[in-house]
Write a protein that binds this ligand. Structure first.
Ligand SMILES: NC(=O)c1ccc[n+]([C@@H]2O[C@H](COP(=O)([O-])OP(=O)(O)OC[C@H]3O[C@@H](n4cnc5c(N)ncnc54)[C@H](O)[C@@H]3O)[C@@H](O)[C@H]2O)c1
Length: 261
């Protein structure tokens, strides 16, 4: 038996109520917005007063409706589709102040068994997709004040497990890419990276049952549990607002202590 969590996650509705005004007037593009972390980021940012362009490869259910939300379909690996979506977002929102790159896919194959096609796909979506979106947005971010990019890497990009070679390589690439553009695009654009630990989203639920996440995965974390999407969204909110005005090139682990202990 493990002790009950002493730091329970903030509920998304409470976080949304507390976020009021923190992103007022900001126009943000969120990729991977149809699910998991990207969806929580979009919801929290809307509650914080931002206008949000929500981009995903596909929208399985009815797209969310909000007077400050724009729903876009694009594949982050396809530069033409991304450029068209960014152009649409800028036209509709009147410009672009920030980007959160949360689109991503997982892979748990052993390194000696992963197919070359799957290896390339993981690198293409997680790393090249992040590059394509950042570069498509750059001209608009340069026109704005206090521009920000937040890229989703992973704890796997800091301390990989076995059976994560393609995924960990892609996420380590996101860290290095983000640090590099934080230098290149300063002082106009701040670029920061978040490394989540295991977060309860469809990506993780496809590999683990709720019981395994609670009884086996959670106890591996210093804080004794896995995270909720809103806990990553809170970090993205800080890094996308003027509250982090002196922060760039940072790699922030939001992982319940997994990567330090
Ligand atoms: N959930 C976790 O434990 C965890 C941990 C560390 C990092 N991350 C990272 O956080 C990000 C979000 O993960 P999540 O758990 O919310 O996953 P998720 O599967 O719930 O959501 C990912 C979204 O990305 C979209 N997407 C995938 N490929 C795309 C493409 N080519 N173009 C456009 N959209 C695409 C999917 O349609 C989906 O809506 C990912 O980059 C993931 O690697 C997640």
């Amino acid at each position: 038996m493990h002790a009950p969590a002493k730091h329970p996650p903030m509920d998304l509705q409470q976080a949304m109520a507390a976020a009021n005004g923190r992103l007022a007037g900001r126009r943000i593009l969120v990729t991977g917005a149809a699910s998991g972390i990207g969806s929580a980021v979009a919801q929290l940012f809307l509650a914080a007063g931002a206008s949000v362009a929500m981009l995903d490869r596909h929208w399985p259910g009815p797209a969310p409706e909000h007077e400050r939300a724009l729903v876009l379909e694009a594949d982050v690996t396809d530069p033409d589709s991304v450029e068209a979506a960014v152009f649409c977002a800028v036209g509709s929102l009147g410009g672009l102040d920030g980007v959160v790159n949360a689109a991503g896919i997982a892979n748990t194959d052993w390194a000696d068994q992963v197919s070359l096609g799957d290896w390339r796909k993981v690198l293409d979506v997680n790393l090249t997709g992040c590059f394509i979106v950042c570069r498509a947005c750059l001209a608009y971010l340069r026109d704005a004040q206090g521009s920000t990019i937040v890229n989703l890497s992973s704890g796997q990009g800091l301390q990989p497990f076995a059976r994560r070679s393609a995924y960990a390589a892609s996420k380590a690439g996101v860290i290095a890419f983000s640090k590099s553009i934080a230098l290149e695009w300063a002082p106009t654009v701040r670029v920061n990276t978040i490394c989540p630990g295991a977060i309860d989203t469809p990506m993780v639920r496809t590999g683990y049952s709720a019981e395994v996440l609670r009884d086996q995965v959670g106890p591996r974390y210093a804080l004794g549990r896995i995270g909720e999407p809103v806990e990553i969204a809170q970090a993205a909110l800080y890094l996308s607002s003027a509250e982090s005005s002196f922060v760039t090139g940072v790699v922030l682990a939001v992982d319940g202590g997994r990567s330090y202990h």
